[in-house]
Each structure stands twice: as C-alpha cells, then as structure tokens.
Design a protein around this ligand. Structure first.
Ligand code: ZN
Length: 467
C-alpha cells in the first residue's frame, strides 16, 4: 500500500506539504510551502526536511502562493534536481514570487549579519539565495488543466481549476501500486465563488482519499455585491472628507480583484476619486501575467473586459497609474486628497504601504481599507483592533484615519461552499481536513457530520496513513 505523510499545513494554514510514497518506490512531494506568521513558526523553515530531498522523483505544486511553494528553493539547495509540475500560470507566478522571496531572504540575512558582527557572533546563511530560486525555476514543468501527466512511475497527476488565484489547482493523483489503483484528491486552496475573474472551483466526483482545506471551515462570507456597495460607500465618504484612501493589499490575487472592482465602479460612474495608484512592483508584474491569461477568467467577467476591448488589466481602469520606480512612488506623497493608493505588504509588515501610512495615517480625513485577513502580531492587526498609534519605519504614527475592514473579499471558500464542493464526491472517500486552524477544522468536522453524515479526520503533524 502507498503511504501519505502529513508534513505541513496540518492544524494550521501555512507550510503546505505532503509526501506520497508507493510500495513500488515512487516518491512524490505535494506542495513545498513556507511557514508564515509568528517568529517561532518561521524558525521552522530552517529545520531539515523530514525526507531526503534527493530521493524524490517529482514535486507537484497546487498554486503559486508562498505558503505552498516558498521552500522549493530550499529543496533545490538541498540537492533536489527533479521536475516540479504546476499549471502554466502557476509556473509564471512562481517566477515572480520565488525570486522576490529569495531577495527578501538574502536581505534579511544581510541585515541580521550586521548586528551579529557587532555582537561578535558568527554570520548566518540566508534560508536560500536568488541563485537557488533561479535553479528552481529551471526545474518547473508547466502542465495544462485537465491534461493527465505521469510524474513518477505509476503516479499520474491531473490539475483541475480551483478558482482561488490564477493558475490555482485541485490536484488529482492516481497512484498505481502493486496492481492496485488509488485516487487521491487534494483540494488545494478552494476559491470563493463570489470572487471576480476566477471560475468556480471544478467539481470532482471520484476519490478514495480526499484532503480538504478548511481555512474558513467555521463560517460563510458575505457575498460580493454587499461588500462592493460597502466599498463604494467608503470611497464616497473619503471623497467628501477630502482625504486619500489607502488599501494594503497582497500583490497576487487580491490586487487584481480590487482593480477589477474599481474598474467596474469607474465604468458605472461610481468612482469619485481622480487617480488610483498601484504602488507595488510585484503587483504590477502580476498584472501582466493575469493579462496574458485572461482567457482563463470566468466568462461573465471576461465578457465585460472584452466589451471594452481590454488587453491589459490596467486598461479596465483608465485612471490607474502604476508606479514601479521609487521616485514615482515618493511622488505620491505630495498628493493630499482624491487618490486611492494600493500597496503592499498586505498585512503592513513592511513595503511601500508603510511610507504611505507615514504621510496619511495621522490625518483624520483619510481612510484605510483592509480587504483581507490581518494576522495576530502584525501592524495591520493592531490598526484593525483600534490601536491609537502604530510603530512604522522606526517612528510612532497616530491612527487618526478612518479604518474599514472588508470581510467579503476572501479568496477562500466559506463553510457552505466547502460542504457543497465535498458533497459532489460519490461513495464518500476517506476524508482528512488540512490547511486550517484546529478550532475551525472542528467546526467544519461537526458540520460535515451533521449535514452530510460524513466523518472527517483531523491529522496530527507528521502523521502517516496508508492510501
Ligand atoms: Zn493560496
């Protein structure tokens, strides 16, 4: 019997990683994600892999987010030279994200080594380097959605659209082991049916074992239109107040959703601001990739874009101004009203948004819109929780701007969608909940039992099961 090991994103949401070993000797790694969050959590990224990287036959990636791909360069630096299978769009997004992650790793180590030298401590090596990331990208093998790909002897993989971000996939693995065929389906991150541009997650109906994400296993999201009206109201209010609107946003996925929505407001004459600045080099590059893959958008939104002959996402929102260079970014500081500024990082832990906070957060006529989850311990969370001041760029800044949180922009399926998606499987596969905090998994486990009479397992980190 083949074995499945639960190595990462077990009872938590980051560090996605699973190992499949067949008795015939095939060894496939499913996702190779980075752990993110608290310091202790991130320290875990430095521990050795629970397997010998050189013994793997293949790596299969569900989507490009760093918590699913961020340790690939470390795997390569530890000697893995085999193929890395992912969808075409994921391969392109990984180039953007892994090079950026490697750059940050090198900079962090450089900074840390400065103070270590002053303390007489030996230097540390970065988790991985840009050279490791470049080597990783050479090993990527793009595979189209629904194409059947043999990734190792007796192991076939098919990607199905997960509707979470561009290129995101539900991964179906067919494992032949001593004349026995077993089908494993990994949901990956399932998209929110309310989010724009992406399709709804594909429904699958056959599996022997199912791994189901449970990020929002405990609740449903408010749906799109309501959230959009809320955003439109905030923009009107900011216009009346005469200030700027700041939106801290993740570069891939969330930012493109926002541009699509703001473009809709613009087309409908509901956008009172004169300029929208996209102040994130990474988001600007992600836009180019999204634009190239417009044919993969859902047909309804694609029709809207086609009607305006939109070839690049930017054309949908004619008042969008991209500011890749630091000089252009700094020039935004002179604008005191009438601007919407979208910048990273999404949880305000650094990046250009910090500079815009310095110029706007202390002004009561300005507004800040948080379109996504703010993790505990981040400046974004402190602001959302009502802090009077926050420390940013080595100084304290008063929080006088009006603060808004929009919950409806989540790129993850809510509880009802998870149940609905799972209910399409015939003959109830063995079910394991992954990629979620324990309390949320327990609520989902309960709901699966009550509504579908289905017993779900919550694996322990490192647990191994026979497939
Ligand atoms: Zn994701």
């Amino acid at each position: 019997m083949a074995l499945l090991s639960f190595l990462g994103a077990i009872q938590q949401v980051t560090g996605s990683c699973y190992l499949i070993e067949s008795r015939d000797g095939a060894k496939v790694l499913l996702d190779c994600g980075m752990r993110q969050g608290r310091r202790e959590e991130e320290e875990g990224n430095r521990s050795a892999f629970a397997f010998d990287p050189q013994s793997l036959d293949a790596v299969v990636i569900s989507h490009a987010h760093i918590d699913h791909t961020g340790l690939l360069p470390k795997l390569v630096s530890a000697g893995y030279r085999g193929p890395i299978f992912a969808t075409e769009a994921s391969c392109e997004l990984m180039e953007l994200m892994l090079l950026d992650a490697a750059f940050i790793q090198e900079k962090d180590a450089e900074w840390e080594n400065k103070w270590r030298a002053r303390l007489g401590k030996p230097p540390i090596a970065p988790l991985y380097t840009i050279a490791d990331a470049e080597q990783t990208l050479k090993q990527c093998r793009p595979v189209a959605y629904t194409a059947v790909q043999e990734v190792a002897t007796g192991v076939q993989v098919t990607f199905h659209d997960a509707g979470h971000i561009l290129g995101s996939a539900i991964v179906e693995l067919e494992i032949q082991d001593h004349h026995l065929t077993r089908r494993l389906v990994f949901s990956g991150d399932l998209g929110n049916t309310c989010s724009p541009l992406m399709h709804n997650p594909s429904n699958l109906n056959r599996a022997d074992v199912l791994l189901l994400e449970s990020t929002y296993g405990d609740r449903d999201h408010r749906c799109g239109e309501e959230t959009l009206d809320e955003l439109a109201d905030i923009l009107q209010q900011a216009h009346r107040d005469g200030g700027n609107v700041l939106i801290p946003s993740f570069a891939v996925g969330r930012t493109q959703d926002l541009i699509f929505y703001l473009g809709r407001f613009y087309q409908e004459g509901r956008l009172p601001q004169q300029a929208v600045f996209l102040d994130s080099p990474m988001a600007i590059r992600a836009n180019a990739i999204y634009s190239r893959f417009q044919h993969q958008f859902n047909s309804e939104d694609r029709a809207l874009l086609d009607a305006k002959n939109v070839k690049r996402i930017e054309d949908w929102l004619p008042i969008l101004r991209c500011t890749p260079s630091p000089e252009d970014s700094m020039a935004i500081n002179r604008i005191k009203s009438g601007a919407i500024i979208i910048a990273g990082s999404g949880m305000c832990t650094g990046g250009r948004i910090a500079h815009h906070f310095k110029h706007n957060l202390w002004r009561s006529e300005c507004h800040v819109v948080f379109p996504g989850f703010q993790a505990r311990g981040t400046p974004g969370r402190a602001i959302v929780d009502g802090a009077d001041t926050v420390k940013m760029l080595h100084q304290r800044i008063a929080v006088k701007a009006k603060i808004h949180t929009l919950g409806g922009f989540s790129a993850h399926a809510g509880q009802s969608q998870l149940l609905d998606w799972a209910s399409h499987f015939e003959h109830r596969p063995e079910l394991y909940l992954v990629h979620g905090e324990l309390e949320k998994m327990q609520v989902l486990q309960q709901a699966l039992h009550e509504r579908l009479n289905w017993i779900a397992n919550i694996p322990e980190p490192g647990e191994q099961i026979a497939l």
